[in-house]
Design a protein around this ligand. Structure first.
Ligand SMILES: [Zn+2]
Ligand SMILES: [Zn+2]
Length: 360
């Protein structure tokens, strides 16, 4: 079968820049990957064709040979194996042309911070002990000592994999450094970075709710920095807020709910009763004849909203507590009260009984 022109395969001109070639290959590799086109022989053929074209044109030396030899050019390697095709796709998905290692960015970090409802209401500043990875200061993140480094033989000091592969990867011998360390750094054990319990200040805004994330830029893990590479930025730290349950209040957005047990005489006669707020206790007046379960709203006694501008309300629900375990004296008193009140004091009950009687 006649070999197609590699430039035509990737749909680019002969004067395409190396960036153009990368972009064209990446697009086609994603489009024709067998995982996306299961059982499609034509896609697989196109995928292999693109991989072969990329293998040649993606390497400046090979590309120069191809341009010189034209149809006489033969790739020296074998066609890509299924495993290698999978490698390509994985690399493509992971950001094919961005070397994550060793010059990559550090990993993000997550920290769960538990605060009280009172702290969520006012906002709070906390100092966290965050276990993160920091670049080793003793070796500047290189993992070794500068003196005594020898160039890596297998990759000839390039740090790239010496075996012919579809995509250049880091040399396994030197881990992409391009040199062999003489002596590992004794502070970080050659990793170029080490764990550290870092003290970090975080400002939690008033009105924060469970699940909200506060981002501390560049306070995640720091990457190592092997010699000759520019270290990437540290990851970010995400502080995930967890607001503790409160014994008195339930929360609904910026509003607070509270249930207060009251006595029958209090709701019957009206009373001033003490109710809690986040800022301390206060008193509300309940009128005579207040039904059990009635809710009173205390405006502005809830939580502030994170966006600012206004506060939620406090909803106080009064629930009549029915006395239990009465002694003989108390029973007699309640019984006498019932008789004294009679039907006139209980219109709902009277109507109910009339309805039941009318069914007979
Ligand atoms: Zn090497
Ligand atoms: Zn070190």
């Amino acid at each position: 079968m006649a070999r197609r022109d590699y430039y035509a395969v990737l749909g680019i001109s002969r004067s395409a820049s190396s960036e153009d070639i990368k972009r064209a290959f990446r697009g086609l590799a994603l489009k024709h990957h067998p995982d996306r086109n299961p059982g499609d022989a034509e896609s697989e053929r196109r995928f292999r064709e693109c991989a072969e074209a990329w293998e040649c044109l993606g390497d400046p030396e090979q590309r120069a040979r191809y341009d010189r030899l034209g149809p006489l050019y033969t790739p020296t390697g074998r066609p890509p194996s299924p495993d290698e095709l999978n490698d390509i796709f994985r690399d493509a998905l992971n950001g094919l042309f961005r070397r994550r290692r060793p010059g990559g960015a550090g990993e993000d970090l997550r920290y769960t911070l538990t605060i009280s409802l009172e702290e969520a209401s006012t906002g709070v500043e906390r100092t966290l002990d965050v276990p993160r990875t920091v670049r080793c200061k003793k070796c500047d993140g290189t993992g070794d000592h500068a003196e005594g480094r020898t160039p890596c033989a297998p990759c000839a000091g390039t740090g790239r994999s010496p075996t012919r592969r579809l995509l250049r990867t880091d040399c396994a011998t030197c881990d992409g450094r391009g040199y062999v360390p003489a002596r590992k750094c004794d502070r970080c054990g050659g990793e170029g970075r080490h764990p550290l319990e870092d003290k970090l200040k975080v400002k939690v805004p008033a009105g924060v709710a469970t699940g909200q994330k506060l981002k501390l830029k560049l306070k995640g893990h720091e990457p190592a920095a092997f010699a000759g590479t520019t270290p990437g930025p540290a990851g970010d730290l995400y502080v995930v807020v967890q607001v503790d349950d409160h014994p008195l209040f339930r929360r609904r957005g910026a509003d607070l709910l509270c249930e207060v047990p009251v006595t029958f005489p209090e709701v019957a006669l009206g009373a001033d009763i003490a109710v809690p707020t986040l800022a301390g206790n206060t008193t509300i007046r309940i009128p005579s004849g207040t039904p059990s379960g009635k809710t009173f709203r205390l405006p502005g006694r809830g939580l502030p909203t994170v966006e600012g501008g206004g506060k939620g309300d406090l909803h106080v629900r009064v629930v009549v507590e029915v006395p239990t375990a009465l002694n003989a004296d108390q029973r007699a008193a309640v019984s006498a009260l019932g008789e004294r009140l009679g039907q006139d004091a209980h219109p709902a009950r009277r109507a109910w009984e009339q309805t039941l009687r009318s069914r007979r």
